[in-house]
Design a protein around this ligand. Structure first.
Ligand code: COI
Length: 357
């Protein structure tokens, strides 16, 4: 598919980044976006790279009423030699289509997804920051735009991609965060949409996050929706717990997101001398294991969050400190190696990086 590149008028060009250390996450967007439409009977059409900006939508649009929406998150990095690298974009393309299937939306051909992103990022290359902990965050999104109030899959969709130069996801940067294990609200149930990257999962997490924030926590850790007993994920991250050199994470049972960074940790860790295990983690056993020192570190993984150390974990009335509130050795090792591969400081022996011309 050819992408038409629409002119970018001078008045639509934004001021370039003044201070890369002040970027924050997802607050600034580049000059252009990718836009492709899908219409019943016609398929994907009208692919174009256009100036970034609001688009008009009918107030009756399906996405605004029934949340038929999916998205992805991946990053581009500018290497010291000037090349632009994407990290495992094929995994995002595949997961996007798994989410699309669950939400009754049309699949985006992988080539359209990947080529569209590559052409857009190539045009916007001057927006890729290079300061430590920064990157260009890529947000592919699909929304249902049928102006019909009946509940049914739409006949018309927008697939669009926007780009945001970002710093660390958490304001504190690569520093331990405090997590509350949520024992009242649930994020997902078996058979639900927990595995899909769809906006509703995030909307329904806001209440618990708000309550936790008021109590001084950065994030909530979700338990399974049936027994409220097994560790699932932290909305923006999958979770890992280190038992000495053994790193344990929850299995992909259908109600948690199959994280690209999670998968990368599972593949990277053995090459660094750690063993990995995917198994159900009972929250009561976990608390006991932290209390008696068997669990030595905890960290989260995600595209936005990269590897994020956990300093304090609280469940019901008990709060336990991990690694004395500092960044643990394994967490640091995985962070350094993963970001080293992503930014070209460490050779990529996994074939994870692909370059943009
Ligand atoms: C990502 O890590 O890319 C996500 O989509 C998580 C989001 C909450 C920022």
């Amino acid at each position: 598919m050819d992408f038409k590149v629409l002119p970018l008028p001078v008045e639509k060009m934004k001021d370039k980044i003044k201070d890369e250390t002040q970027l924050g996450f997802g607050k600034l967007f580049t000059d252009r976006m990718l836009m492709v439409e899908w219409k019943d009977g016609q398929g994907w059409c009208d692919a174009r790279i256009q100036p970034y900006g609001p688009f008009s939508m009918d107030p009756a649009c399906a996405v605004l009423h029934y949340a038929q929406e999916i998205f992805e998150g991946l990053k581009a990095y500018k290497w010291a030699d000037g090349r632009i690298a994407l990290f495992r974009p094929g995994m995002n393309a595949r997961r996007f289509n798994q989410s699309a299937e669950r939400m009754c939306m049309p699949a985006v051909p992988e080539e359209l997804f990947l080529e569209g992103i590559k052409q857009l990022v190539s045009l916007e290359r001057d927006w890729i920051p290079t300061a430590p902990e920064t990157s260009l965050y890529i947000r592919p999104t699909m929304i249902a735009v049928d102006p019909v109030l009946g509940v049914k899959p739409s006949d018309h969709y927008y697939f669009y991609v926007i780009l945001s130069p970002v710093g660390a996801y958490y304001a504190a940067g690569f520093n331990p965060i405090n997590i509350l294990v949520e024992d009242h609200y649930v994020r997902a149930v078996p058979g639900g949409t927990g595995e899909a990257k769809t906006g509703g999962n995030y909307a329904s997490s806001l209440m618990a996050a708000q309550v936790a924030k008021k109590k001084g926590f950065d994030q909530v850790l979700w338990l399974d929706g049936r027994e409220r007993r097994y560790i699932e994920e932290v909305g923006a991250m999958n979770m890992f717990f280190a038992y000495g050199k053994r790193i344990v994470t929850a299995p992909l049972t259908g109600s948690i997101l199959s994280g690209v960074t999670r998968d990368s940790v599972l593949k990277l860790a053995p090459s660094l001398g750690y063993t990995v295990e995917e198994r159900q983690i009972d929250v009561n056993e976990l608390m006991t294991d932290i209390r008696n020192g068997r669990v030595t570190e905890a960290f989260g993984s995600g595209t936005a969050a990269v590897i994020t150390p956990v300093g304090k974990l609280c469940y019901k009335d008990e709060c336990l400190q991990l690694t004395g509130g500092r960044v643990g050795e394994i967490t640091q090792d995985l962070y350094d190696t993963l970001t080293g591969i992503q930014t070209g400081r460490i050779a990529d022996s996994f074939g994870w990086v692909s370059f943009i011309e």
